[in-house]
Design a protein around this ligand. Structure first.
Ligand SMILES: [Cu+2]
Length: 269
């Protein structure tokens, strides 16, 4: 009863499998969850076999009462030793193969995105440029008071459901990391470098996002909210940004570590 109330309180997020997500939240979460679960299953099976063999050896071959003779002395057992090498190699090969396959699929950015968004990390908030829609939002650092309502002040990233999203990651100052725990993926944002991630959000909802790289005094306040919404709601949000005058992009001219030849252009800061 207590556990089910707790689970129900988690607003649709699956806690049952120990992960902050479930298959289908994005097109990648099922893959990540499978890798996690099957790796544990493999480890448990190997562990059970190993423990059984150890218990068998210490039980069957323990020194018996009144038995003062030395046991049979052996020096080498080539087939057994070959097995000691071959079996772990095989296990590592299998783990490696699945990890490499999943890693390649998850980091693939060769798709033709429906929506391109630039996320810029800064001490200690987030700016989002909706590149295809010519609109932007500027995040202001949250003050974590512990009171209800702070969440509503966080910067919000809107994503249209069931569309391939490409997020370009940049930083204005130090290394940050873009992390939405429910998406089971994070990627560093490194000053002077651009990286991209692609995924398809598949489940409507509100998700928590955060910086996952210690980036200074208020790192813990560097939070944001992700809203996965139907296309119409996404378009309405973009229109609200335009209506507020937030057209275009808020560029890298606001970077603390900008190139010397980049001139600030003014505009809203
Ligand atoms: Cu950060």
């Amino acid at each position: 009863m207590g556990a089910s109330a707790l689970l129900a309180g988690c607003a649709g997020q699956a806690e049952a499998n120990g992960l902050p997500s479930q298959p289908g939240v994005t097109n990648q979460t099922g893959r990540v969850i499978d890798l996690w679960n099957y790796s544990w299953l493999a480890a448990l099976i190997v562990g059970a076999i190993t423990l059984t063999l150890i218990l068998w050896a210490i039980t069957v071959y323990r020194k018996k009462k009144d038995d003062e003779k030395l046991p049979v002395q052996t020096r080498a057992n080539v087939p057994l030793e070959l097995m000691y090498v071959a079996v772990p190699l095989l296990m590592i090969a299998v783990l490696f193969r699945w990890t490499a396959t999943d890693l390649a699929a998850i980091t693939d950015v060769s798709g033709e995105p429906d929506v391109r968004i630039q996320a810029i990390g800064k001490q200690w908030s987030w700016d989002f440029n909706y590149l295809d829609d010519d609109a932007y939002s500027v995040g202001v650092q949250a003050t974590l008071t512990g009171e209800v309502g702070v969440e509503e002040t966080l910067p919000v990233l809107y994503l249209p459901v069931n569309e391939l999203v490409d997020i370009q990651l940049n930083s204005r100052d130090v290394i940050h990391s873009f992390w939405v725990p429910a998406f089971l993926f994070k990627r560093d944002m490194i000053p002077g470098r651009t990286s991209n991630i692609q995924f398809i959000p598949q489940q409507l909802g509100t998700y928590q996002g955060k910086c996952a790289e210690l980036c200074g005094e208020y790192h813990s306040a560097m939070l944001f909210t992700v809203k996965v919404v139907p296309r119409a709601e996404y378009d309405a949000y973009i229109q609200s940004l335009r209506d507020a005058g937030q057209t275009g992009s808020i560029g890298l001219e606001y970077n603390r570590l900008q190139d010397a030849d980049v001139q600030p252009t003014g505009g809203e800061g």
